[in-house]
Design a protein around this ligand. Structure first.
Ligand SMILES: C[S@@+](CC[C@H](N)C(=O)[O-])C[C@H]1O[C@@H](n2cnc3c(N)ncnc32)[C@H](O)[C@@H]1O
Ligand code: SF4
Length: 458
């Protein structure tokens, strides 16, 4: 598949990334702790029925200037300990409302940098989880790690605790790029880390990169990806750098060196798609590339790919997502619930009330249907109005009325060869998959182009 600059320019419009539906900017403070407890209880009988756990560790030893994540800079051991204790309390309190006959199929540790805290803290939480929940034999237990702080002995310990997936934040292999963004490079060669992870039974090994950082050029990013391809991880993610200095003030520093312009970024994206596909990677969405034998590639072929705030996963491993820690998001069939973002306030809330919910969103029936439609397009590139209708005991026409379906809105996509619309089915072509969110926007009645507050794709 090759993607032309003309198409990228045409479809590079602002819009939601649909990590959730409705998007996170719809979450509001009217959602209370008692709403949360009601949703926890309701989640016991909702589908997918299994349990997914998200653990947020906000700590990082130093701040990368580009960072858009929920992080705080290194804290004393006693503070980390207080945070871990608060999380254990939160896990116990939430679990007291759950049907624990359900199995845990996914545990995801994100941050921040989870591997920057002592392994004993990680073990403490894992033991706590194992003491309460039943973990399914094939559960995916994953951690987002920075290779700057990763020792081989840490990998041994993580494997021993049951971890079997890892994502490594590389961002760029060029030392001068890392230096200018205030990021430490890998402590050990990345190819050695990946090889060692494999010997320890880790699968779905992922490397994260960012394009659009200072000093990067289309040529230099190609070189970085060449090195990545030589390592042959199962997954490669290439994020477009999201520059939002009005939210993340540290990003302003990068403007001093200057950032690659939109055309250079576009060239980086076009090269990335061509380079990774030529190397045998399959593109899943705009920024994820996976080897054909990876679980995500198989799930995509079988139309069983799923997505949550932690990224893509398979329908086999996903469940109702219970989020723990500062800023963590619970993702249930009926609602989203997000914890307080600032970690001291999070600890205070847990210690005083046992919960730390700050905002959330309850979905009505119509929104649950639209979410199903958006997910069908975003994850698997197919939408059958009749199939969605059957799922909700409605008719295909009811579904069309709900999304204010107008075939004319899809003319451009069809003429440009991005999708077809036949027998009441939308089928996104391989070439159109990176524009799946544009197609989803055309099916989202809540998306208002005039009030668009979202970032662009590239
Ligand atoms: C929680 S971090 C991964 C773990 C670890 N903290 C690290 O940086 O290696 C998640 C990923 O978000 C991506 N990221 C962070 N800030 C970003 C930004 N402003 N724009 C695009 N991607 C970003 C990076 O690729 C990073 O690897
Ligand atoms: S290490 Fe990761 S989470 Fe921490 S500041 Fe850097 S990009 Fe952000």
């Amino acid at each position: 598949m090759s993607v032309s600059t003309e198409f990228l320019n045409k479809y590079n419009v602002s819009g939601p990334r649909y990590t959730s539906y409705p998007p996170a900017n719809f979450f509001n403070n009217a959602f209370s702790v008692s709403d949360y407890i009601g949703e926890l209880k309701a989640s016991n009988t909702q589908t997918p029925k299994d349990i997914s756990i998200y653990i947020h560790i906000p700590f990082c030893p130093c701040r990368c200037h580009f960072c858009g994540c929920s992080t705080v800079i290194a804290q004393k051991k006693s503070i980390v300990e207080q945070y871990i204790d608060a999380m254990k309390t939160e896990i116990s309190n939430v679990a007291s409302h759950l049907d624990l006959n359900r199995k845990v199929t996914q545990i995801h540790w994100g941050g921040g940098t989870p591997n920057s805290i002592e392994m004993a803290f990680i073990r403490d939480i894992m033991n706590h989880i194992r003491g309460i929940f039943t973990i399914a034999p094939k559960a995916e237990i994953a951690m987002e790690c920075s290779p700057a702080y990763l020792e081989f002995s840490d990998i041994d310990e993580l494997a021993e605790m049951g971890f079997n997936r890892m994502s490594l934040g590389i961002q760029d292999f060029r030392e001068d790029v890392l230096k200018i963004v205030n990021r430490m490079g890998p402590k050990h060669p990345v190819q050695d880390i990946v090889a060692y992870l494999r010997t320890k039974g880790f699968r779905g090994i992922n490397l994260d990169f960012i394009y659009g950082l200072p000093l990067q050029t289309a040529e230099s990013f190609k070189e970085t990806l060449k090195q990545a391809i030589a390592i042959r991880p199962d997954r490669i993610v290439t994020f477009s750098y999201a520059h939002v200095p009005w939210v993340k003030k540290a990003q302003k520093i990068l403007e001093k060196t200057g950032l690659p312009g939109p055309e250079e970024k576009m060239e980086m994206l076009i090269n990335t798609i061509a380079q990774l596909e030529e190397a045998g990677y399959i593109s899943i969405g705009i920024d994820h590339f996976v080897l054909p034998d990876d679980d995500l590639a198989i799930a995509y072929q079988e139309k069983k790919l799923h997505r949550n705030f932690q990224g893509y996963c398979t329908l086999e491993t996903t469940g109702q997502v219970y989020g723990f820690g500062a800023s963590a998001i619970g993702q249930f069939w009926g609602a989203y619930a997000q914890n307080i973002k600032e970690f001291p306030k999070y600890i205070e809330a847990i210690e005083s009330t046992g919960y730390a919910i700050e905002r959330g969103y309850k979905l009505n029936n119509e929104e649950q249907i639209i979410r199903t439609i958006v997910n069908n397009i975003m994850c698997n590139g197919v939408l059958s109005f009749d199939e969605v209708a059957a799922q909700f005991n409605l008719s295909g026409q009811d579904i069309k009325n709900l999304v204010r379906f107008n075939p004319k809105n899809f003319n451009d996509f069809i003429v440009d060869g991005l999708m077809d619309l036949k027998d009441d089915q939308i089928r996104v072509h391989d070439k159109g998959f990176i524009f799946a969110r544009n197609i989803a926007m055309a099916l989202d009645p809540a998306f208002n182009q005039e009030e668009n507050i979202y970032s662009k794709t590239v």
